[in-house]
Design a protein. Sequence first.
Length: 104
Amino acid sequence: MLIDKLFTKHKQKIGIRVIKMHLERDYKIVMNHKKIARIKNKYGLVTKTRARNRYRKAHRKMFEHVTFPNVLNRMFKQTEADKVYSTDITQINYGGQKAYLAAV
């Protein structure tokens, strides 16, 4: 079977959409991704996934509520150039879509 052949060729690390792309590009076979999923389930072809890093979430929690010191102390007028920068992000709605304007 062609799907099994592709799956084993790529060391069981490709999913449904990648198999679909290979079938269309290399073999000129057009097949729905849902059909590929059914075939994979029927023959027990399970894609290998990388194990999650269990320390990443804990590391992010440590720095979740970090606040930075107030360096300017509300003295916004500066005499030197390129010493202090300020940013602002504004959401603009037009035609039912959103756009964001960022000014530095």
